[in-house]
Design a binder for this molecule. Structure first.
Ligand code: SF4
Length: 578
């Protein structure tokens, strides 16, 4: 049974068509997921490279604990220089590829180069026998569900897949990377959505990656007895505690009504923070549909004890889509003035099929509607636009390239984005700490980089809270744990210690998160980013929402304090991801 000391890296050169396997350097032993992706990009990738050119790297790195018996720990980081932001990007995703890659003993796949023929498509197969590239032209242009159906007929039932749809093949900046979930059907419903990393995969001619770990057992921790005891006690405490209450019942869509109450359920391109459609978009409506139509809650990866992912059926009881989440209900729903969760479910399925980030795409459609080119609430029109993206029409390409591209093309100034990336549902006007994260994270506007849901927070405290949340989330995204498990730093360091067979101090675990942030900031600095890129979107500073007329009004000098490390306080180690 392999353990962390024998882990290897797979290096794939798409120019040469070669695959090499090498050991993980000793200095990287504690690195996995996002921290490993950031280190590889900083050391091996020219920050000034063209994101869709041969010199960019595309990295698939499971978290350190993926493939082990630690609960809910199989998440995968996808990393590259982003074609959307021009900076470093990590998008974190569920499904089983992260589990399988680590069970095979691979800490990361690093893809470089580009085939001479831009129409050529390739597949990378990873098994216990090694890794190999092969031509996959027959799959060119396939939508994700059709692709996986076809692959399922040829690969063992134990294989999982990472793939792109037509948006990635067209190299659109809103393109996602799909991962199959753990269900027998292997739906490509889990997406590394943010930052356009599907376009980077498309630029490398890589249509899919298959991972077959067969029936390999869980990875072996170096202190096995202690690790298993910790996994057991953590699971018991979690399942008996209040933290797990809402997610297994309703998923993240349960956030709709609460978010609406605190003015962070954006409406019509964010002109309002509340939506008259909160009732019809509430996750409760989805849960109510389970009884009549089937569907229900499930875990997207093996070993998840949270099970926050919903499976949504249509009126005839057939599978439609999976993980209709809060962000999707907001950006493709209320933010486009679309009131029906069923329409949003259709849009979500189309985005998963074509391989698109639902946040970026929803924001882009809302900007297009706001420009006057289309009515808010036109759900059928929104579906037609997604069809145009798949066809590659001029309008389709514009929307598929995201919010900023759509604002530019339509000459519309209200573009809620930071560092080129659309702002997610959580609104920086009531949630100042989230705004600090959007401005200072190397990722741009990304709630998964550090979210604190606390309206009315003192501004100085918001800066500190953002930094603490950014450190915590960098560690969690490097561990393989899902943020919805909400582990704190003390819990993560205990798991790391037993897994690696060494003591991991509070200092070491917080340093891991901080160093990851520093690597990401340094990559962006070398890519030409400056403090000017930290500016909040103009419309967030001018367009007020709610009775308190909330705008983004934090001084840039105050926001910039998030770059200077605060003295760690006990709260840092007890904080849980929001
Ligand atoms: S908590 Fe939800 S998103 Fe996270 S791994 Fe489990 S099912 Fe997937």
């Amino acid at each position: 049974m392999p353990d962390s000391r024998t882990d290897r890296l797979i290096r794939v050169d798409m120019t040469q068509g070669s695959v090499e396997i090498e050991p993980v350097p000793e200095a990287w032993q504690m690195l996995g997921g996002r921290a490993l992706s950031a280190r590889i990009l900083l050391e091996d990738c020219d920050p000034l490279c063209e994101p869709l050119g041969p010199d960019n790297l595309l990295i698939f790195a499971p978290g350190l604990l993926a493939g082990s018996a630690a609960p809910t720990s199989g998440r995968l980081s996808v990393g590259a220089k982003s074609p959307l932001t021009g900076g470093i990007k990590e998008a974190n995703v569920g499904g089983n590829p992260g589990q399988d890659l680590m069970k095979l003993g691979y800490r990361a796949i690093v893809v470089t180069g580009q085939p001479a023929d831009s129409e050529a498509r390739f597949a990378l197969d990873v098994t216990a026998e090694g890794a190999s590239l092969r031509p996959a032209d027959e799959h060119r242009g396939k939508w994700n569900y059709r692709l996986i159906e076809d692959l399922a007929a040829h690969y063992p039932a134990t294989a999982s897949f990472i793939s792109i749809g037509p948006a990635g093949e067209m190299r659109l900046s809103g393109a996602s990377v799909a991962c199959t979930d753990q269900e027998q059907e292997r739906h490509p419903a889990r997406h590394a959505g943010r930052g356009g990393l599907g376009a980077v995969m498309g630029s490398k001619g890589l249509k899919y990656v298959s991972l077959d770990a067969g029936r390999r057992p869980a990875r072996k921790p170096l202190r096995r007895k202690e690790f298993m005891a910790l996994s057991k006690s953590f699971t018991r405490t979690y399942l008996e505690g209040p933290a797990q209450e809402p997610f297994p019942k309703w998923g993240t869509s349960v956030c709709v009504s609460e978010a609406d109450k605190i003015y962070t359920f954006p409406y019509k391109n964010r002109v309002e923070g509340r939506s008259p459609d909160a009732e019809t978009l509430d996750g409760m409506r989805i849960v109510e549909s389970f009884e009549e139509r089937g569907g229900g809650m499930h875990n997207c990866l093996t070993g998840c004890i949270v099970q926050c992912s919903n499976i949504v059926h249509d009126a005839e009881g057939n599978y439609k889509t999976s993980a209709l989440e809060f962000e999707t209900l907001t950006l493709l729903g209320s933010n486009c003035g679309i009131a029906s969760w069923e329409d949003v479910a259709d849009l979500d399925r189309l985005c998963d099929e074509i391989g698109l980030d639902t946040i970026e795409t929803g924001a882009a459609i809302a900007i297009y509607m706001d420009s006057g080119a289309m009515e808010f609430g036109d759900a059928e029109g929104a579906k037609r636009i997604l069809g145009e993206i798949a066809e590659g029409t001029e309008l389709g390409r514009t929307i598929g390239n995201g919010a900023v591209a759509t604002g530019r093309k339509s000459g519309h100034a209200r573009v809620p984005a930071v560092k080129g990336q659309a702002i997610p549902a959580w609104d920086p006007r009531p949630l100042k700490a989230a705004g600090v994260t959007y401005c200072t994270s190397a990722m741009g506007a990304d709630h998964t980089a550090g979210l604190i849901v606390e309206p009315g927070q003192d501004y100085e405290e918001a800066v500190r809270a953002s930094q603490e949340s950014q450190i915590l989330n960098a560690v969690v995204d490097s561990s393989g744990f899902c943020q919805f498990l909400m582990p704190n730093l003390d819990e993560v360091r205990a798991f790391f210690g037993h897994f690696l067979g060494c003591e991991v101090s509070r200092e070491a675990i917080s340093d891991l998160g901080w160093r990851c942030l520093e690597d990401e900031w340094e990559f962006n600095r070398r890519a030409g980013f400056s403090s000017a890129d930290d500016a909040m979107a103009d419309c967030m500073q001018t367009d007020a929402i709610g009775p308190q007329e909330l705008v983004w009004d934090m001084a840039p000098e105050l926001v910039a304090r998030a770059y200077k490390r605060f003295e760690p306080r006990d709260e840092l180690f007890e904080l849980r991801p929001s």
